[in-house]
Design a binder for this molecule. Structure first.
Ligand code: GLU
Length: 442
């Protein structure tokens, strides 16, 4: 296969969320797997809603995920190319002016529905004479422009969905240019895909119908036609649409919540595939496992619980050197507490317990028991000290199980759970441990 050229084409009208990041990853991983090129295209033809801040935010989000692009450009700088393409379509009789208002179109659709017909544009504008067009324009109407679909069947072999066949006579001729002269996404996208020689258009299956129309636009403008891959959409753990929740599932939010980029990338590239959902430590590792043949047809279930679990797994496997500048404490501290955290910020609580002065929790009935533990402790704590202490107290007091070790854990850490006490005792050191077991702040 020649080296693929793919593009991810977000609109800068918001930050990236799990849905579009999944699409971005499919493109990135495929390109990496095939040593191709990944292009970041900013779809900002909607100048009202697009902002430079969101554009920068999208780039920051991708960079945070470890994604880099071979090339980036934005559509708002390429209107000349789209104008030229529109002229070409007009000259071929494939782009025609329409004067209906939104209300008129709405009424038409209602009538069609009442008559039991599909709400497909009736192509009345194709019948307009020059005089009628001039009359509309004299009225102050400016035309919007529709692409004339062939009325036939568009077929393609989709890398995810297999053989596709769409009868475009069931579709309305798509509007390519609005009444105010602005472009909808359909034409600029095709023009850019031709110009950038995109080999594979990889996007969500909400674009399947678009693809049928866009394939006809491709054919009208060029001999270049990319291969298509439409991936199933993400749904929530309950199988319901995520659309209302996507705001809180932005990279910005997840990052603020302490989710690591590789937890996001691992989950989003594995759900909905035949691979197990497991943590991977680099995009390269994910790319080496990527294949369109592994992507199922059912919606991919996104569950935040899986994200937290993967995040924890990732941290449990992360060496100190990779987090040294993000955490208090040293390698010994990290190696002991990492198994007990889900997010890197959880380290703070353990750092407070280990590094800052505090009093443990000692119930009235455990005061003497803890004191005798304090007096047993040697001045140097070794990894075996804990089991020696517990063995000694067991013989001395007859306590066992929880009644034996829980009062000690509470006195030393004020927590009922945490890293193994052999390790915690070493981290605390003799002085702190003795003081806390004696009920002092240390
Ligand atoms: N800007 C379009 C979107 O976000 C791009 C779709 C495409 O990849 O062609 O839906």
């Amino acid at each position: 296969m020649t080296k693929p050229i793919v593009r991810f084409a977000p609109s800068p009208t918001g930050r990236l969320h799990v849905g579009n990041v999944r699409t971005a990853l499919m493109n990135v991983l495929f390109a990496q797997a095939e040593e191709g090129m990944f292009i970041l295209r900013i779809d900002d033809t909607d100048v009202e809603r697009s902002t430079a801040e969101y554009e920068q935010g999208i780039k920051d989000d991708l960079t945070w995920l470890g994604v880099s692009w071979g090339k980036t450009f934005k559509q708002s700088e390429r209107f000349d190319m789209y104008d030229a393409a529109a002229d070409k379509l007009r000259a071929a009789g494939l782009l025609y002016p329409c004067y209906e208002t939104a209300d008129e179109l709405d009424r038409q659709r209602k009538l069609q529905r009442v008559a039991g017909k599909p709400p497909v544009y009736n192509r009345a504008a194709l019948e307009l004479t020059d005089d009628q067009k001039a009359a509309y324009e004299a009225e102050g109407r400016t035309p919007h422009w529709r692409f004339k679909l062939s009325g036939g069947t568009v077929t393609w072999t989709d890398m995810v969905r297999g053989e596709q066949s769409i009868d475009v006579s069931s579709l309305s001729d798509p509007v390519l240019i609005r009444g105010d002269g602005s472009y909808l996404y359909t034409l600029p996208s095709v023009v850019d895909d031709i110009e950038a020689e995109i080999t594979h258009v990889i996007r969500g299956e909400d674009h399947v119908t678009n693809s049928a129309a866009q394939i006809e636009v491709f054919q009208a403008l060029s001999t270049h036609l990319p291969t298509f891959a439409h991936t199933p959409l993400l749904v929530g753990a309950d199988g319901k649409s995520l659309s209302k929740r996507l705001g809180s599932l932005s990279m910005l939010e997840l990052r603020d919540q302490g989710i690591e980029p590789m937890a996001v990338a691992s989950l989003l590239s594995k759900i909905g595939t035949s691979d197990a959902v497991e943590i991977r430590h680099s995009l390269q590792a994910l790319a080496s496992e990527f294949s369109f043949t592994k992507i199922g047809r059912a919606p991919a279930r996104f569950d935040e619980k899986d994200l937290i679990a993967l995040n924890a797994k990732l941290l449990h496997e992360t060496p100190y050197a990779e987090v040294a500048d993000r955490i208090p404490g040293d390698a010994a501290f990290w190696n002991i507490v990492r198994a007990n955290i889900e997010k890197i910020s959880d380290v703070e609580a353990w750092a407070d317990i280990v590094l800052k002065p505090m009093a443990g929790e000692i119930a009235a009935e455990d005061v003497d028991f803890c004191k005798s533990a304090a007096s047993f402790l040697p001045d140097t704590i070794l990894p075996e000290t804990w089991s020696e202490l517990v063995g000694h107290l067991k013989t001395e007091t007859g306590r066992k199980g929880k009644g034996l070790f829980m009062p000690l854990r509470l006195a030393l850490t004020a927590q009922g759970h945490g890293p193994s006490m052999d390790d915690m005792l070493v981290l605390l050191g003799a002085e702190k441990a003795k003081a806390r077991l004696s009920g002092d702040v240390a």
